[in-house]
Design a protein around this ligand. Structure first.
Ligand code: OFO
Length: 183
């Protein structure tokens, strides 16, 4: 009896997305190593924590594919690409990769809608919210870097930014979570 509840097209898209999440984990991992090498312990810690988050996302896709009775295909993970040239470049790259990932997530949402696969559509909503959070987080980081001087930030400003990022929470606050009494 065939217990597979995913179409071939969606199973392929979900497997590809599992690899995308692993790729994003590698990106955060490599930028974290770069930041540590440059002496930015706080930034590095922040990026390493995010690498773990991306690996958790990878596992969510893997589990979902298994639970829907389809085949998980683990492939090679593409390289993370070159190191950033400075802290500003690092967070610009982070923002860009988050936006790319959001585009990939939206594509699967659209496919699930076309197929009327509401289980997958429902599963993907967690990622829609997560991507909004991560884009917000990247924008917040870019704002902080901008205040510190952007690409021309001096050592003092970077020192303070690094200290700040060591304690920055992992999750950004979304517009839908705010209220008049909790702006
Ligand atoms: Fe997987 O959340 Fe960002 O990319």
């Amino acid at each position: 009896m065939d217990t597979n509840r995913l179409s071939d097209t969606l199973a392929k898209a979900l497997n590809d997305q599992m690899t995308n999440e692993a790729h994003n984990a590698q990106i955060y991992l490599s930028y974290g190593a770069w930041a540590s090498d440059k002496g930015y312990g706080g930034i590095s810690n922040f990026l390493f924590r995010h690498s773990n988050e991306e690996r958790n996302h990878m596992m969510k896709f893997l589990e979902y594919i298994l639970k829907r009775g389809a085949k998980v295909v683990v492939t090679a993970i593409p390289e993370p690409g070159p190191d950033p040239i400075n802290v500003n470049d690092c967070f610009e790259k982070v923002f860009k990769s988050e936006v790319e990932n959001t585009t990939a997530i939206y594509k699967i949402v659209e496919m699930s809608m076309q197929e009327k696969d509401w289980a997958t559509w429902n599963f993907m909503q967690w990622f829609v919210k997560e991507q909004t959070e991560e884009e917000t987080m990247a924008i917040d980081m870019l704002d902080k870097v901008k205040i510190a001087g952007g690409p021309n930030a001096n050592d003092d400003a970077l020192y303070n930014l690094d200290k700040d990022l060591a304690t920055t929470p992992d999750d950004a606050t979304l517009a839908q979570d705010t209220s008049v009494t909790n702006p």
